[in-house]
Ligand binder design. Structure first.
Ligand code: FES
Length: 134
């Protein structure tokens, strides 16, 4: 398990399909509460925050997971009410993965088929090293 803070970003611009409702803020609150319940001793391992559009607009809602030296994920088609358990289960799984890497079949429930992007940690680490050299 990494001691680094893991970050979950929820798009606050996504709308429910066919409506003007933007459920991102409510999803942030619900996810924060669910994580506190699931992680009573280590609830601070995750920071859940809102973010502007992550370019998954046709697949609302979008949620991203990121941590230092780990793969970054962007998921779409998240139902703010029905998919909380899957989001929490993936948070627990992601926290335990050294490099954050897992295949679709290893992810819980709906997250096994709704990834819009998985960005390997190696790219991010390589860019950080380049910046340090120049
Ligand atoms: S509006 Fe949410 S990803 Fe674009």
């Amino acid at each position: 398990m990494s001691a680094e803070t893991h970050k979950i970003f929820v798009c606050t611009s996504c709308r429910h399909k066919g409506t003007n409702c933007r459920p991102g803020y409510q999803l942030i609150k619900t996810l924060q509460e669910a994580l506190k319940t699931a992680l009573p001793l280590t609830g601070d391992d995750f920071e859940v925050s809102g973010i502007a559009c992550m370019a998954g607009c046709s697949r609302p809602c979008t949620v991203a997971y990121r941590a230092n030296a780990k793969a970054t994920y962007l998921f779409g088609d998240i139902d703010p009410e029905a998919d909380i358990d899957d989001l929490v289960a993936f948070a627990l799984q992601y926290r335990e993965l050294d490099d954050g890497w897992c295949n679709s079949g290893d992810r819980p429930g709906k997250l096994s088929r709704t990834a819009l992007a998985r960005i390997p940690a190696a790219i991010i680490v390589a860019e950080a090293n380049e910046a340090a050299v120049s």
